[in-house]
Design a protein around this ligand. Structure first.
Ligand code: FES
Length: 82
């Protein structure tokens, strides 16, 4: 499944970047471009980051993200502050 449609980046590729050290949405964007075009995927990237930190999204599945994810609100704040 694509995490970022604009750049055809899969969730697995995002998880690989997180494993390689990406810790924020901005770092993911710098590494692979995800989230740097339309921005629609940024909340989803945040959920993948949250999962990697073992702080799973409220819904426990990315299928429900980003529409009902508390982590998405957190990351929206981080993104807005950047
Ligand atoms: S879907 Fe990721 S930047 Fe557009």
């Amino acid at each position: 499944m694509y995490a970022c449609v604009c750049f055809s980046i899969t969730e697995e590729e995002i998880q690989d970047e997180i494993s390689a050290g990406a810790d924020t949405e901005e770092e993911l964007g710098e590494r692979c471009g995800a989230g740097t075009s339309c921005g629609t995927c940024v909340e989803r990237l945040g959920c993948l980051l949250e999962q990697a930190r073992s702080r799973p999204c409220v819904d426990q599945t990315l299928a429900a993200c980003p529409s009902a994810c508390d982590a998405a609100a957190l990351h929206a704040g981080i993104t807005a502050a950047a």
